[in-house]
Ligand binder design. Sequence first.
Ligand SMILES: [Zn+2]
Length: 51
Amino acid sequence: MNKDKRLRFVSGAICPKCKKIDKIALTKDDKKIFCVSCDFEESRSEIKHKD
Ligand SMILES: [Zn+2]
């Protein structure tokens, strides 16, 4: 079981491009987020929560 095809979704995240919810997933290296529904992709630092 070395395959890692399971995507880790950002729960509750809404894609700013296609507006679909729960379609934003993390890349394997955690550095980017992307949408599985369209071609949206962004650096993960853009979505850090304000504290
Ligand atoms: Zn999208």
